[in-house]
Design a protein around this ligand. Sequence first.
Ligand code: GUN
Length: 292
Amino acid sequence: MTLLDGKLVSEELKKQIAIEAAELLEQTGRKPHLVAILVGNDGGSETYVASKMRNCEKVGFKSSLIRYNDSVSENELLIKIQELNLDSSIDGFIVQLPLPKHINPEKVTEAIDYKKDVDGFHPINLGRMQRNLPCFLPATPFGIMLMLEFYGIVTAGKNCVVIGRSNIVGSPMSILMARNANPGNATVTLTHSKTINLKEFTLKADIIIAAIGQKNFVTADMVKDGAVVIDVGMNREISTETKSGFKLYGDVDFDNVAPKCSYITPVPGGVGLMTIVSLLKNTLSAAKKEFY
Ligand code: GUN
């Protein structure tokens, strides 16, 4: 069993991003600039956004955080998005999800100029992804593809079962894995909460991508010998074991599943770190006007 080491891969990729950012600074006098909007104070979102900002600085990008409290109106947020769309000093921006219930995430996502949509959530970017055209790819699925590529894991012709059909992970993941590209070219089954007898599908899977948001959801009896298991779970639980007071659990029962796998991602230290690198890659692409 080989551990897919998000720390190792992300550090390698960040070195290259830092080199390209330095070159861009020399050529244009500008650093790539990412802005994040954070609404409310959800503990998970706070941590992820802080990490995104910190990583920007590490690779020589400029980063800015715009905070609102939970009570911000949808309209106020949409006005801010228009402002950021028009601000030529900003290469890309993200609105951290989830948003409070009174704000429609679809409206927010579509308000972002697709040319600055470094999360890759805008329907234009999703449509272009599906057509295999240059575009911003959603950060977590993109990060998983980079991880598979780094380890030279063959996906062509393999049975890939994605568990979870979220807009952020499962759904775009299924498209990327099925695309005529490398990595890609897999035979993909997108499973979800209404899937009957999930185990029947997972037992045939050469590659399992678990993005369901439930601790220990994927158990050893669901995994065939030699499978590649990618764990997207970020289930936070209160814990006295860690400095932060929280412990992160994946969607996979790691201790029992890992011995059966050819490759597996740990949580933490796997996919989460790759998500951030992908966001940095997208921001660099935006600064270079690589796609639009
Ligand atoms: N919430 C969970 N993952 C993400 C992400 O990749 N981007 C944003 N904006 N919010 C998220």
